[in-house]
Design a binder for this molecule. Structure first.
Ligand code: G3H
Ligand code: 13P
Ligand code: NA
Ligand code: ZN
Length: 328
Protein backbone atom coordinates (compact mmCIF):
# COMPACT_ATOMS: atom_id res chain seq x y z
CA UNK A 1 0.00 0.00 0.00
CA UNK A 2 1.07 3.57 -0.69
CA UNK A 3 1.85 5.57 2.47
CA UNK A 4 3.22 9.03 3.13
CA UNK A 5 6.67 9.74 4.50
CA UNK A 6 5.11 11.24 7.65
CA UNK A 7 3.13 8.06 8.39
CA UNK A 8 6.14 5.82 7.85
CA UNK A 9 8.69 7.92 9.76
CA UNK A 10 6.33 8.58 12.70
CA UNK A 11 6.19 4.78 13.10
CA UNK A 12 9.97 4.54 12.73
CA UNK A 13 10.48 7.20 15.43
CA UNK A 14 8.05 5.50 17.78
CA UNK A 15 9.92 2.21 17.40
CA UNK A 16 13.44 3.65 17.09
CA UNK A 17 14.42 2.41 13.64
CA UNK A 18 15.67 4.03 10.43
CA UNK A 19 14.50 3.49 6.85
CA UNK A 20 16.84 3.34 3.86
CA UNK A 21 15.55 5.43 0.94
CA UNK A 22 16.83 3.84 -2.25
CA UNK A 23 16.93 5.68 -5.55
CA UNK A 24 15.11 3.92 -8.36
CA UNK A 25 15.59 4.27 -12.11
CA UNK A 26 14.74 0.89 -13.57
CA UNK A 27 13.04 -2.48 -13.12
CA UNK A 28 16.07 -4.25 -11.66
CA UNK A 29 16.50 -1.74 -8.83
CA UNK A 30 12.78 -1.81 -8.08
CA UNK A 31 12.69 -5.62 -7.89
CA UNK A 32 15.84 -5.75 -5.75
CA UNK A 33 14.39 -3.26 -3.24
CA UNK A 34 10.99 -4.99 -3.05
CA UNK A 35 12.25 -8.57 -2.90
CA UNK A 36 14.63 -7.57 -0.09
CA UNK A 37 11.79 -5.79 1.74
CA UNK A 38 9.52 -8.81 1.30
CA UNK A 39 12.14 -11.21 2.66
CA UNK A 40 12.91 -9.01 5.68
CA UNK A 41 9.37 -7.73 6.28
CA UNK A 42 10.44 -4.10 5.86
CA UNK A 43 8.55 -0.93 4.88
CA UNK A 44 9.99 0.81 1.82
CA UNK A 45 10.96 4.29 0.65
CA UNK A 46 11.73 4.50 -3.07
CA UNK A 47 12.82 7.83 -4.45
CA UNK A 48 13.00 9.22 -7.96
CA UNK A 49 15.47 11.95 -8.88
CA UNK A 50 15.27 14.37 -11.79
CA UNK A 51 17.90 12.18 -13.47
CA UNK A 52 15.64 9.14 -13.01
CA UNK A 53 12.71 10.96 -14.62
CA UNK A 54 14.94 11.90 -17.53
CA UNK A 55 16.23 8.33 -17.88
CA UNK A 56 12.99 6.34 -17.53
CA UNK A 57 10.39 9.01 -18.24
CA UNK A 58 7.85 10.07 -15.61
CA UNK A 59 5.06 7.64 -16.68
CA UNK A 60 7.35 4.58 -16.63
CA UNK A 61 8.83 5.59 -13.28
CA UNK A 62 5.40 6.14 -11.79
CA UNK A 63 4.07 2.82 -13.06
CA UNK A 64 7.19 1.00 -11.91
CA UNK A 65 6.41 2.04 -8.35
CA UNK A 66 2.68 1.38 -8.74
CA UNK A 67 3.50 -2.08 -10.12
CA UNK A 68 5.57 -2.81 -7.03
CA UNK A 69 2.65 -1.82 -4.82
CA UNK A 70 0.38 -4.12 -6.87
CA UNK A 71 2.76 -7.09 -6.69
CA UNK A 72 3.52 -6.65 -2.94
CA UNK A 73 0.27 -5.19 -1.52
CA UNK A 74 1.24 -6.10 2.05
CA UNK A 75 4.36 -3.89 2.02
CA UNK A 76 3.98 -0.17 2.88
CA UNK A 77 5.68 1.90 0.16
CA UNK A 78 6.44 5.61 0.28
CA UNK A 79 6.82 7.07 -3.22
CA UNK A 80 9.17 9.99 -2.76
CA UNK A 81 10.52 12.62 -5.13
CA UNK A 82 14.21 13.25 -4.43
CA UNK A 83 15.81 16.75 -4.65
CA UNK A 84 13.04 18.90 -6.16
CA UNK A 85 14.66 22.09 -7.42
CA UNK A 86 11.50 24.24 -7.44
CA UNK A 87 7.87 24.31 -6.23
CA UNK A 88 6.80 23.61 -9.86
CA UNK A 89 8.79 20.34 -9.92
CA UNK A 90 7.19 19.30 -6.61
CA UNK A 91 3.73 20.22 -7.89
CA UNK A 92 4.14 17.93 -10.91
CA UNK A 93 5.18 15.04 -8.67
CA UNK A 94 2.17 15.58 -6.42
CA UNK A 95 -0.03 15.50 -9.54
CA UNK A 96 1.69 12.25 -10.62
CA UNK A 97 0.68 10.64 -7.31
CA UNK A 98 3.85 10.78 -5.23
CA UNK A 99 3.15 10.49 -1.49
CA UNK A 100 6.16 12.60 -0.53
CA UNK A 101 8.34 15.28 -2.12
CA UNK A 102 11.65 16.87 -1.30
CA UNK A 103 11.94 20.61 -1.86
CA UNK A 104 15.69 21.22 -1.82
CA UNK A 105 15.79 24.97 -1.37
CA UNK A 106 19.33 24.84 0.01
CA UNK A 107 20.34 25.33 -3.62
CA UNK A 108 18.95 27.64 -6.30
CA UNK A 109 16.88 26.27 -9.19
CA UNK A 110 20.07 25.27 -11.06
CA UNK A 111 20.70 22.68 -8.30
CA UNK A 112 24.28 23.99 -7.92
CA UNK A 113 24.44 27.44 -6.38
CA UNK A 114 23.90 27.70 -2.60
CA UNK A 115 20.70 29.72 -2.01
CA UNK A 116 19.93 32.24 0.72
CA UNK A 117 18.14 31.17 3.89
CA UNK A 118 15.15 33.38 3.06
CA UNK A 119 14.81 31.83 -0.41
CA UNK A 120 14.91 28.35 1.15
CA UNK A 121 12.20 29.24 3.68
CA UNK A 122 9.97 30.79 1.02
CA UNK A 123 10.04 27.97 -1.57
CA UNK A 124 9.79 25.25 1.09
CA UNK A 125 6.87 26.95 2.85
CA UNK A 126 5.00 27.14 -0.48
CA UNK A 127 5.56 23.44 -1.18
CA UNK A 128 4.38 22.44 2.32
CA UNK A 129 1.19 24.45 1.85
CA UNK A 130 0.49 22.77 -1.50
CA UNK A 131 1.55 19.24 -0.47
CA UNK A 132 -0.22 19.10 2.89
CA UNK A 133 -3.50 20.08 1.19
CA UNK A 134 -3.10 16.82 -0.78
CA UNK A 135 -1.95 14.59 2.11
CA UNK A 136 1.59 14.55 0.73
CA UNK A 137 4.64 14.87 3.02
CA UNK A 138 7.54 17.28 2.51
CA UNK A 139 11.26 16.94 3.14
CA UNK A 140 13.31 20.16 3.24
CA UNK A 141 17.06 20.64 3.36
CA UNK A 142 19.14 23.02 5.43
CA UNK A 143 22.89 23.38 4.98
CA UNK A 144 25.15 22.29 2.16
CA UNK A 145 25.99 18.65 1.83
CA UNK A 146 29.73 18.17 1.69
CA UNK A 147 32.57 16.17 3.14
CA UNK A 148 34.17 17.61 6.30
CA UNK A 149 37.39 15.98 5.12
CA UNK A 150 37.55 17.37 1.58
CA UNK A 151 35.21 20.40 1.68
CA UNK A 152 33.68 19.13 -1.56
CA UNK A 153 30.02 18.48 -2.32
CA UNK A 154 31.26 15.35 -4.04
CA UNK A 155 28.63 14.75 -6.70
CA UNK A 156 30.14 14.53 -10.15
CA UNK A 157 26.90 14.38 -12.12
CA UNK A 158 24.83 17.35 -11.20
CA UNK A 159 23.35 17.16 -7.68
CA UNK A 160 25.04 19.38 -5.11
CA UNK A 161 26.90 22.60 -4.62
CA UNK A 162 29.86 23.46 -6.82
CA UNK A 163 33.30 24.46 -5.57
CA UNK A 164 34.81 24.45 -2.10
CA UNK A 165 32.50 24.78 0.91
CA UNK A 166 33.71 26.16 4.21
CA UNK A 167 33.23 24.45 7.54
CA UNK A 168 30.23 26.56 8.68
CA UNK A 169 28.25 25.63 5.53
CA UNK A 170 28.97 21.94 6.03
CA UNK A 171 27.11 21.60 9.34
CA UNK A 172 23.44 22.51 9.77
CA UNK A 173 22.94 25.08 12.53
CA UNK A 174 20.51 23.79 15.24
CA UNK A 175 18.99 27.25 15.91
CA UNK A 176 18.43 27.82 12.21
CA UNK A 177 16.86 24.34 11.97
CA UNK A 178 14.36 25.23 14.71
CA UNK A 179 13.47 28.51 12.96
CA UNK A 180 13.22 26.79 9.54
CA UNK A 181 10.83 24.16 10.86
CA UNK A 182 8.67 26.76 12.56
CA UNK A 183 8.43 28.85 9.38
CA UNK A 184 7.93 26.01 6.87
CA UNK A 185 6.14 23.12 8.63
CA UNK A 186 8.25 20.39 6.97
CA UNK A 187 7.76 16.75 7.99
CA UNK A 188 11.39 15.79 7.49
CA UNK A 189 14.64 17.72 7.26
CA UNK A 190 17.82 16.77 5.41
CA UNK A 191 20.78 18.00 7.42
CA UNK A 192 24.43 18.55 6.59
CA UNK A 193 26.51 16.49 9.01
CA UNK A 194 29.58 15.56 7.00
CA UNK A 195 28.28 13.37 4.17
CA UNK A 196 28.37 14.10 0.44
CA UNK A 197 26.76 12.57 -2.63
CA UNK A 198 28.45 10.06 -4.92
CA UNK A 199 31.23 7.48 -4.59
CA UNK A 200 34.08 9.87 -3.71
CA UNK A 201 33.27 10.89 -0.14
CA UNK A 202 36.49 10.22 1.80
CA UNK A 203 40.04 9.69 0.59
CA UNK A 204 41.13 7.64 3.65
CA UNK A 205 39.49 4.76 5.54
CA UNK A 206 37.01 6.31 8.02
CA UNK A 207 38.26 6.34 11.61
CA UNK A 208 34.91 6.16 13.39
CA UNK A 209 34.16 9.86 13.80
CA UNK A 210 33.26 10.70 10.24
CA UNK A 211 29.76 11.96 11.09
CA UNK A 212 29.03 14.94 13.31
CA UNK A 213 27.07 12.84 15.84
CA UNK A 214 27.04 15.66 18.44
CA UNK A 215 25.45 17.93 15.84
CA UNK A 216 22.77 15.33 15.08
CA UNK A 217 21.94 15.17 18.80
CA UNK A 218 21.73 18.98 19.07
CA UNK A 219 19.45 19.29 16.04
CA UNK A 220 17.22 16.41 17.17
CA UNK A 221 16.83 18.01 20.62
CA UNK A 222 15.62 21.26 19.00
CA UNK A 223 13.16 19.68 16.50
CA UNK A 224 12.17 16.31 18.04
CA UNK A 225 9.01 15.80 15.93
CA UNK A 226 10.69 16.48 12.58
CA UNK A 227 12.38 13.44 11.08
CA UNK A 228 16.07 13.86 10.25
CA UNK A 229 17.29 12.76 6.83
CA UNK A 230 20.84 11.83 5.94
CA UNK A 231 21.74 12.18 2.27
CA UNK A 232 24.94 10.76 0.83
CA UNK A 233 24.70 7.65 3.02
CA UNK A 234 26.30 5.08 0.76
CA UNK A 235 28.97 2.97 2.40
CA UNK A 236 30.93 2.47 -0.87
CA UNK A 237 31.50 -1.29 -0.33
CA UNK A 238 35.19 -2.09 -0.77
CA UNK A 239 34.35 -5.61 -2.02
CA UNK A 240 32.31 -4.18 -4.92
CA UNK A 241 34.98 -1.57 -5.67
CA UNK A 242 37.47 -4.44 -6.00
CA UNK A 243 35.17 -6.52 -8.23
CA UNK A 244 34.55 -3.52 -10.52
CA UNK A 245 38.31 -2.94 -10.87
CA UNK A 246 39.19 -6.66 -11.12
CA UNK A 247 36.85 -7.03 -14.09
CA UNK A 248 38.00 -4.12 -16.22
CA UNK A 249 36.68 -1.10 -14.30
CA UNK A 250 38.74 1.90 -13.25
CA UNK A 251 37.42 3.46 -10.05
CA UNK A 252 39.85 5.31 -7.79
CA UNK A 253 40.50 4.58 -4.12
CA UNK A 254 37.58 5.91 -2.08
CA UNK A 255 35.58 5.34 1.11
CA UNK A 256 31.97 5.88 2.17
CA UNK A 257 30.00 6.13 5.41
CA UNK A 258 30.40 2.97 7.54
CA UNK A 259 27.10 1.25 8.33
CA UNK A 260 27.92 1.41 12.09
CA UNK A 261 28.12 5.22 11.90
CA UNK A 262 24.69 5.35 10.25
CA UNK A 263 23.31 3.09 13.00
CA UNK A 264 24.74 5.56 15.56
CA UNK A 265 22.94 8.38 13.72
CA UNK A 266 19.66 6.43 13.81
CA UNK A 267 20.02 6.16 17.62
CA UNK A 268 20.00 9.96 17.73
CA UNK A 269 17.11 10.84 15.44
CA UNK A 270 18.09 10.03 11.84
CA UNK A 271 15.09 8.26 10.25
CA UNK A 272 15.56 8.41 6.46
CA UNK A 273 18.89 7.27 5.03
CA UNK A 274 19.45 8.02 1.31
CA UNK A 275 21.34 5.39 -0.66
CA UNK A 276 22.02 5.36 -4.40
CA UNK A 277 25.75 4.82 -5.06
CA UNK A 278 25.94 1.44 -3.25
CA UNK A 279 23.31 -0.10 -5.55
CA UNK A 280 24.99 1.43 -8.60
CA UNK A 281 28.30 -0.16 -7.60
CA UNK A 282 26.81 -3.58 -6.82
CA UNK A 283 24.94 -3.57 -10.11
CA UNK A 284 27.94 -2.54 -12.20
CA UNK A 285 30.27 -4.97 -10.41
CA UNK A 286 27.87 -7.89 -10.85
CA UNK A 287 27.35 -7.13 -14.54
CA UNK A 288 31.09 -6.81 -15.24
CA UNK A 289 31.80 -10.08 -13.42
CA UNK A 290 28.91 -11.97 -15.03
CA UNK A 291 29.84 -10.90 -18.56
CA UNK A 292 33.53 -11.70 -18.00
CA UNK A 293 32.74 -15.17 -16.64
CA UNK A 294 30.20 -16.08 -19.34
CA UNK A 295 31.67 -14.70 -22.53
CA UNK A 296 29.31 -16.58 -24.82
CA UNK A 297 26.20 -15.06 -23.26
CA UNK A 298 24.24 -12.40 -25.09
CA UNK A 299 20.98 -12.64 -23.11
CA UNK A 300 20.68 -9.44 -21.01
CA UNK A 301 18.40 -11.21 -18.52
CA UNK A 302 21.35 -13.24 -17.29
CA UNK A 303 23.61 -10.37 -16.31
CA UNK A 304 20.67 -8.22 -15.19
CA UNK A 305 19.52 -11.02 -12.87
CA UNK A 306 23.03 -11.05 -11.39
CA UNK A 307 22.78 -7.28 -10.89
CA UNK A 308 19.38 -7.62 -9.19
CA UNK A 309 20.72 -10.28 -6.84
CA UNK A 310 23.74 -8.14 -5.89
CA UNK A 311 21.57 -5.07 -5.20
CA UNK A 312 19.09 -7.17 -3.24
CA UNK A 313 21.81 -8.36 -0.86
CA UNK A 314 22.80 -4.76 -0.09
CA UNK A 315 19.15 -3.79 0.48
CA UNK A 316 18.63 -6.70 2.87
CA UNK A 317 21.79 -5.85 4.81
CA UNK A 318 20.63 -2.20 5.21
CA UNK A 319 17.07 -3.18 6.25
CA UNK A 320 18.56 -5.43 8.91
CA UNK A 321 21.26 -3.03 10.15
CA UNK A 322 18.91 -0.02 10.37
CA UNK A 323 16.26 -1.99 12.30
CA UNK A 324 13.71 -1.62 9.47
CA UNK A 325 13.27 -5.41 9.23
CA UNK A 326 10.12 -6.73 10.88
CA UNK A 327 8.23 -3.42 10.69
CA UNK A 328 6.27 -3.81 7.40
O1 G3H B 1 20.86 12.82 -4.99
C1 G3H B 1 21.46 12.20 -5.87
C2 G3H B 1 21.05 10.82 -6.24
O2 G3H B 1 22.18 9.98 -6.12
C3 G3H B 1 20.43 10.80 -7.61
O3 G3H B 1 21.36 10.85 -8.63
O4 G3H B 1 20.48 12.61 -10.17
O5 G3H B 1 22.12 10.88 -10.97
O6 G3H B 1 19.76 10.25 -10.47
P1 G3H B 1 20.91 11.18 -10.15
P1 13P C 1 24.78 8.35 -2.15
O1 13P C 1 25.42 8.98 -3.35
O2 13P C 1 25.70 8.32 -0.97
O3 13P C 1 24.24 7.00 -2.44
O4 13P C 1 23.55 9.29 -1.70
C1 13P C 1 22.34 9.31 -2.42
C2 13P C 1 21.44 10.45 -2.03
O5 13P C 1 21.65 11.16 -1.07
C3 13P C 1 20.24 10.66 -2.88
O6 13P C 1 19.52 11.79 -2.52
NA1 NA D 1 21.26 19.54 -1.34
ZN1 ZN E 1 20.56 13.53 -1.88
Amino acid sequence: ALISLRQLLDHAAEHGYGVPAFNVNNLEQMRAIMEAADETDSPVIVQASAGARKYAGAPFLRHLILAAIEEWPHIPVCMHQDHGTSPAVCQRSIQLGFSSVMMDGSLKEDGKTPASYDYNVEVTRRVVEMAHACGVSVEGELGCLGSLETGQAGEEDGVGAEGHLDHSQLLTDPNEAADFVKKTGVDALAIAIGTSHGAYKFTRPPTGDILAIERIKEIHARIPTVHLVMHGSSSVPQEWLKIINDYGGDMGETYGVPVEEIVEGIKHGVRKVNIDTDLRMASTGAIRKNLAEDRKNFDPRKYLAAATQAMKEICKARYEAFGTAGHA
